[in-house]
Design a protein around this ligand. Structure first.
Ligand code: GCU
Length: 402
């Protein structure tokens, strides 16, 4: 093995150990957030906002929705790209032999008018009625979401992390971030009657600064950040999947963990066709209040990932923003929302998320909808079997029976 390869492996192992330390025994240790209170400075979700007076009825909330979404685009995420027709270019069935016997999988290539393509892998259970579908992004590309890494499933179209190029690092990913970090438990999900659609956001906007900035510069709206672009991809997927008769167009669920939880929340806030949202450990720029000032700071996130957000987001490093994440959660009302956390994930600020959730509840109450749900599991940042069981139990409660 060359010196370069050896130092690379040592470097990555050290990085893995550092991440392991940070999220398990390091400064972000086990948290007890049960008694968390709403910060006093949090603007009440139904209170006056910009030029608008306080809200007392559902019609006024409709108007407020538009104002808030506009404010999130302006101050936090940058503008969502305009809707563009999406069409299916090809559908290729994936042989069960190539993916551990899993049936009903196919790869769909989607093209967007005006340029841009991406791949989706859809796994549909064999059912007599149209099934709900869980739409999610993955970290390593669609092929790597299957342990067998079948050639029939495309790898990402642009940059993707080195540690995702082969199966070599999969056990390390799983050790640090749980068994389902690279891809969901397809079998477990389809057995419960849900279809799964996975995509790699990096097919359009890669998750690396220079590549992301180049891709975002080609978008039609000013200041679009990567999270907004990924959120917009959920909507383009819904455009094409809504015409698929095997799927229930009224039960399309946006699911995401961590950075992709941020995108799933924004997708749900912006696109009312999304039936429900599940966001796990979405943290700063996701469900945790920006003004909560615990765990990852606005300074840290905008330094490491400036391209995720509108440039205005970093102006809130020291001052509180005019909008905060409880208002993002409220934009999902009255639709079902589940937030999940891990006790050893202080970086993602679970207490800030609980406070945001409480801050959003008055809108669910106004719309006579069941309040959002929250669960806290043991362990670290990542995706565990419990996370998926919590997800499916929640969806069974809100999406079934139809
Ligand atoms: C980093 C980042 C977080 C993000 C996380 C993830 O830790 O700071 O904001 O949520 O990556 O996506 O796993």
């Amino acid at each position: 093995m060359s010196i370069l390869a050896r130092s690379l492996i040592t470097g990555l192992t050290l990085l893995g150990l550092a991440a392991f330390w940070l999220f398990s025994v390091g400064p972000y240790r086990r948290l007890d957030v049960a008694g968390e209170a709403i910060p006093r400075a949090l603007p009440p979700v139904l209170g006056p906002f910009e030029a608008e007076p306080a809200i007392t009825d559902q019609n006024q909330w409709r108007r407020r929705r538009a104002t808030l979404l506009d404010a999130f685009e302006r101050d936090t995420y940058g503008r969502l790209p305009a809707a563009r027709p999406a069409r299916i270019v090809s559908v290729s069935p994936i042989s069960p032999q190539d993916i551990g016997g899993l049936r009903g999988a196919e790869q769909t290539e989607i093209a967007l008018r005006g340029g841009g393509r991406f791949n989706l892998v859809l796994v549909v259970p064999n059912a007599r009625v149209p099934t709900p579908v869980i739409i999610l992004q993955n970290y390593c590309g669609n092929r790597a979401a299957f342990p067998e890494r079948p050639e029939a499933i495309a790898t990402p179209l642009h940059y993707y992390p080195f540690n995702c190029h082969s199966g070599f690092f999969r056990p390390i990913h799983q050790l640090i971030f749980g068994p389902w970090i690279d891809g969901p438990p397809f079998e477990r999900i389809t057995r419960r009657g849900y279809a799964v659609a996975i995509f790699y956001g990096g097919d359009l906007v890669p998750d690396r600064r220079a590549d992301a900035e180049a891709a975002l510069a080609g978008m039609d709206r000013r200041d679009t950040g990567a999270i907004a672009a990924w959120a917009w991809m959920y909507s383009r997927i819904i455009d094409v999947l809504s015409a698929d008769r095997r799927l229930d167009p009224h039960r399309m669920i946006a699911w995401g963990q961590s950075r992709y939880g941020k995108a799933a929340l924004l997708a749900g806030a912006a696109d009312e066709r999304i039936f429900a949202v599940v966001a796990l450990q979405s943290g700063r720029g996701g469900d945790a209040l920006t003004r909560h000032r615990a765990g990852e700071s606005v300074g840290a996130i905008t330094q490491a990932f400036p391209y995720w957000f509108s440039p205005r987001f970093r102006t809130f490093i020291e001052r509180d923003p005019p909008i905060d994440q409880h208002q993002l959660l409220a934009l999902i009302a009255p639709r079902p929302l589940l937030l999940g956390y891990a006790r050893r994930d202080g970086w993602a600020d679970p207490a800030g998320a609980i406070a945001a959730l409480r801050g959003a509840e008055p809108v669910y109450d106004l719309l006579h909808a069941p309040r959002p749900q929250f669960f806290m599991r043991d362990g670290r940042h990542g995706v565990t079997t419990q996370d998926w069981d919590e997800t499916l139990d929640f969806l069974d409660r809100v999406a079934l029976p139809r």
